[in-house]
Design a protein around this ligand. Sequence first.
Ligand code: BTN
Length: 265
Amino acid sequence: MKEQILTCLSPGYPWKEQLQCFLEVDSTNDRLKQLAAQGAPHGTVLIADRQTGGHGRRGRTFLSPAGMGIYLSILLRPDCAPGELMHLTCATAIAMCGAVEQAAGFRPGIKWTNDLVYGRKKLGGILTELGLTSQGKVDFAIIGIGINCCQREDDFAPEIREIAGSLAMASGQEISRAKVAAAMMEALEKMDAALLTKKDAMLAQYRRDCITIGREISLLRGDQVRHGRALDVDDNGALVVAFADGSVEAVNSGEVSVRGMYGYL
Ligand code: BTN
């Protein structure tokens, strides 16, 4: 796989030496966290053919079967305070929309904040984790991305067939995982270069790609459910919601479901 990915990368890609590919790991994010603690450099990328403990936000499992998806984590070491990276997941999401567009010929949408979607189905997700120095600055950011590439409907367990999709299903074409991985790496490198200087443009693109804006949503926090309509995404990447009780709030925590997606009717 590594050789195929290297062949697909453009000559100017600067982090070729920092690509590590594994047949199997528990989680590329967890493995990369260990490497970060040992001093791994900015731009290190781990890709696994299969993950035994792939996970997403809220400790949810991210199913990562061999040969079906791209399970990739990248280590960045931006010189900034954590508050300057509020838009990191949004910036990654639009970068991944661009990578999919390039490698699979269609642009997915984004379900706020970190799901790549097509139609009613989830194609992939993003898990961003920060490590801080003792002075409270950013020591590292690890961004993990999982994208379902080659699955056909039957490859998903019956209980998730309603909500899970892949690039092959969405495009109706064979997908080259090496091409997808290379497009992701190049998009992440460009995203990193613009991360601290092009925040406004990134959030403007995020708002265009975000399918949640304008939709009826429900917000689950603890055991409390509130209903409302998503109005916008603010400059910190929070979802601005008009709730049924008349209040308008910027939401940055809790589980947001979009009516019409993932089986929420
Ligand atoms: C989500 O859907 O909430 C995010 C899923 C993120 C999955 C990716 S796969 C590569 C990296 N390793 C992990 O364990 N998680 C991320």
